[in-house]
Design a protein around this ligand. Structure first.
Ligand SMILES: [Zn+2]
Length: 103
């Protein structure tokens, strides 16, 4: 697994409305994955290996301190579980990091 790209977005508004502040989150997508593959893989991401193998580098690329604590949540982005991701437990709120990896 390799990190391909990291993009950061600050979330203050959504659909024109002020956004309720939320903990920062890291979403991981696998590059080159088709929409169908993405749908099938959503509930079975190898998040433990993401965390073990990639997290130090992800934190570095996101300019986050090494001691940043993240926890995996199937419901990070949506209550229905369609947008799993890592929730940053310490550090500033309101950022979203999108990380694409190659497998
Ligand atoms: Zn959803």
């Amino acid at each position: 697994m390799k990190i391909q790209e990291v993009t950061k977005r600050s979330v203050t508004h959504e659909r024109g409305r002020p956004f309720r502040p939320q903990k920062s989150k890291i979403y991981i997508s696998v590059s080159g994955e088709s929409v169908i593959q993405n749908l099938m893989n959503r509930r079975q991401r190898p998040y433990t290996s993401y965390k073990k193998e990639l997290m130090p580098e992800i934190l570095e690329k996101c300019n986050l301190p090494k001691d940043t604590k993240v926890s995996w949540s199937q419901k990070a982005g949506c209550a229905c579980g369609c947008s799993p991701g890592f929730i940053i437990q310490n550090g500033p709120w309101g950022n979203m990091f999108f990380v694409s990896v190659t497998e």
